[in-house]
Ligand binder design. Structure first.
Ligand code: ZN
Ligand code: CU
Length: 498
């Protein structure tokens, strides 16, 4: 007698709450979990999970896959690391209004030419039509809203311009967007004063509404001022706050995460719901244009990225000059026999904003301190572009579970899973996700805690992890033993809705 579509048999089940694993079966019927425990009925299909961990599917709370999920719906680089839900729209880069979003994302996908959408509701409908392999929730990127309302103007918005941005946020809230994001080192987000952001965040619906996620104005010398600004926005608008890719950037700021974590703790004790996300690497990645605009090569007065040497900057994507990818600016300067400034100028002249770089600016001890802190969840910040993208695009979640849990013992497996699943679903209000219990959606990962490992490196970043037995999205097996099954079972997720 077959009772279930699928039974994952005798694994160590982590429910996503942070509770320790228990030996149990997981039965799935349709897109939902039917039972967790000792399951008597057979499944039409069974997966033997003895010796393996069974966890809720990972939620990547920090992505730039807004267009990738439409253009490359199999999303192998994500589902094969166990990610079953992507939160897109981070760092102020958003998909609304359409023209501003397209302009932004052509840096990542130069040939993108999707059918236009109307508002966040329209975008989420496009996601449902494209039916990617994973679920997609959307943040409203402030940079795109501002560009749509007032192009790149370096001034506060007029009443009418602010009203236009507020109207887009209201549309997004009613369509089910999960929050508002800013990128305050980027054009044009950097031109926004705190008051402008507070006004927009007030449209999010208060404590039970969407959240405010921010790539802060400064992650270098002025890290603490930037954290204070983020907290102030949350407090004055009365909304939850998510600090994106929490870090201290630039050697002379190493160790400062102790103070930024303290600011988060203090705000939380005042009742402000502040948390953060992090990718598990000591290098970041952004556009070369932003690195230059933020003065990262100036030692005296650098901006939001901190200081970087030319040897710390690796070309990740150069669509017109693939031969530059994987080389440092220093190496290019030497090969060309020119100064660093001229090298940067030459690369920008050839590639414009399509050139992304990997920047080595963090301290390993800081990465561990942030990860160990209970306010940190995991988000890849992967940029799906170029021949040598930052390896976080493929390896983020496996690297946490392999390198940082098993090898470095920064936290235990149950806690690491919680920070990728239950904690994330709660903060982003993804209902019946991030948990393994009867009635929840069947987003599940089965992996071997003894062998799971990232294999993507800076030199060879486009490599899938090992040690992942199966990945299920809405009850459908999309990944198996490191291979994509071709199944596309993802959906658009709308905040607070089943
Ligand atoms: Zn960012
Ligand atoms: Cu980002």
């Amino acid at each position: 007698m077959t009772l279930h579509d699928l039974v994952i048999r005798s694994g160590t089940v982590y429910d996503g709450s942070g509770a320790p694993g228990v030996t149990a079966d997981v039965a799935i019927r349709g897109d939902r979990i039917a039972a967790v425990g000792a399951v008597t009925g057979r499944g039409a299909r069974e997966i033997d999970a003895r010796g393996l961990a069974v966890s809720p599917g990972f939620i990547d709370v920090h992505t730039h896959d807004d267009f990738a999920v439409l253009l490359e719906p199999e999303m192998a680089f994500k589902v094969l690391q166990g990610v079953t839900t992507d939160v897109v729209g981070n760092c102020g880069s958003g998909v609304v209004p359409f023209a501003a979003g397209l302009q932004r994302f052509r840096r990542i996908h130069p040939d993108a030419n999707p059918k236009p959408w109307d508002g966040f509701g329209g975008y989420l409908e496009h996601v449902d039509e494209a039916r990617p392999s994973l679920n997609v929730a959307v943040l409203m990127g402030h940079g795109s809203l501002r560009r749509g309302a007032m192009d790149l103007a370096q001034r506060p918005p007029s009443r009418a311009e602010l009203d236009e941005m507020c109207a887009w946020v209201r549309e997004g809230v009613s369509a089910g967007a999960v929050g508002l994001s800013t990128g305050l080192i980027y054009e044009p987000g950097r031109y926004a004063a705190t008051e402008e952001i507070i006004a927009l965040a007030r449209e999010l619906g208060g404590a039970a509404g969407g959240l405010y996620a921010t790539h802060m104005r400064n992650e270098g010398d002025a890290l603490l001022e930037a954290v204070r600004e983020a907290i102030r926005i949350g407090e004055e608008a009365g909304v939850p706050v998510q600090i994106s890719h929490h870090k201290a950037s630039g050697r002379r700021n190493w160790g400062r995460v102790r103070d930024s974590l303290k600011l988060i703790e203090d705000a939380r004790s005042r009742g402000v719901d502040v948390t953060a996300d992090q990718y598990p690497y000591t290098a970041g990645s952004t556009s070369l244009f932003a690195v230059v605009q933020n003065g990262a090569f100036r030692r005296d007065s650098p901006g939001g990225i901190g200081t970087l040497a030319a040897s710390d900057v690796l070309i990740a994507s150069a669509p017109k000059h693939a031969e530059w990818e994987g080389q440092t600016l220093e190496a290019l300067a030497q090969a060309w026999g020119v100064a660093i400034e001229d090298t940067v100028e030459r690369v920008l002249a050839a590639e414009g904003e399509a050139c992304f770089v990997v920047t080595f600016g963090m301290d390993e001890a800081d990465v561990k301190a942030v990860m160990a802190h209970p306010t940190t969840m995991i988000g890849s910040d992967g940029v799906p572009s170029g021949g040598k993208p930052h390896p976080r695009l493929y390896g983020c979640f496996a690297r946490v579970l392999g390198h940082y849990v098993r090898d470095a013992k920064v936290f235990d497996l149950a806690m690491a899973i919680h920070r990728m699943t239950g904690m994330s679903a709660k903060k982003f209000q993804l209902v019946d996700r991030g948990t393994l219990r009867a009635g929840a959606f069947a987003d599940v990962v089965v992996f071997d805690p003894a062998t799971i490992a990232d294999t993507a490196t800076y030199a060879e970043p486009r490599r899938h992890p090992t040690g992942i037995r199966a990945v299920l999205v809405n009850g459908v097996v999309v990944g198996e033993d490191g291979r994509h099954t071709g199944a596309r079972a993802g959906r658009a997720l709308r905040r607070g809705r089943r």
